[in-house]
Design a protein around this ligand. Sequence first.
Ligand code: NDP
Ligand code: A1CAB
Length: 266
Amino acid sequence: MAKIGFIGMGNMGTAIMRGLLKTYKPEELLFTSAHEAKMQKITEETGVAHVSTATDCAEQVKYLVLAVKPQVLPTVFKELNGKIRKDQVVISIAAGYAIADLQAGLGDSARIVRSMPNTPAMVGEGMSGVSYDEALFTDEEKDVIDGFFTSFGKMEKVDEKLMDVVGSASGCSPAYVYMFIEALADGCVKNGLPRQAAYKMVAQAVLGSAKMVLETGKHPGELKDMVCSPGGTTIEGLAALEENGFRGAIIKACDANFEKNKKLKG
Ligand SMILES: NC(=O)C1=CN([C@@H]2O[C@H](COP(=O)(O)OP(=O)(O)OC[C@H]3O[C@@H](n4cnc5c(N)ncnc54)[C@H](OP(=O)(O)O)[C@@H]3O)[C@@H](O)[C@H]2O)C=CC1
Ligand SMILES: O=C(O)[C@@H]1CCC=N1
């Protein structure tokens, strides 16, 4: 019997499975998804077997990962309602679905871990917000759950009421960072830097800046001040960003994420 099964093998399913394969053998994993040809290709690439239905997948694993779009969850619920065993652990990565919503769909006794990872899982640098009721799981299960998330990056346990907010910090944030990298590179290209050099330099600057926040423990504002020489070039750029509502735009994006979570349930 495989240990961990995935329902849905798209962006996040494949990213997470790639991380898990560093710790788990292919025969310990299983998946199902929507299209046979795609499943076949993933099986050939990874050695992980697939099955045709969510029911088959659920029957054969202890840990079941729900990795379909929120809009597809009602279909999965229809198929799996009442079929989740008491010894099973369900890990959801769906935006907008609370643990109670998932139990309403799968059965009240289903033991659920709600999480919000992100696509950098693909390179082992994911960030997952994770929420579950510690009292419902054994120590061994908790080790597997934590090992699951740390196999593809870092995890932070949070109170479930914060999970919608966590969406902005982990799930959605890479899109904003990519947009920033693209825009900054465009600005450099506008002033003559070759495009590939611009992407490389800007991406490395983002990586290095993130490391500074994580490793120095300094306030981001202090790190920003260290870059801005009095009367220098950076403060001119910062003034331009402030004039154009840079911070306000990002805060509004978080509000938009937060509100959208409430509208995802089918
Ligand atoms: N993308 C992201 O950055 C993040 C996404 N999430 C969450 O992850 C979940 C998945 O998102 P993402 O990976 O981006 O979505 P994708 O669309 O890339 O993946 C969903 C997968 O589900 C498959 N699928 C569709 N219908 C069914 C079905 N009835 N049964 C089994 N599999 C099915 C699709 O197959 P096929 O490709 O063949 O159509 C696809 O492989 C969502 O709930 C989302 O909220 C969480 C954090 C970050
Ligand atoms: O856009 C979304 O809804 C998903 C969840 C977080 C990131 N992607």
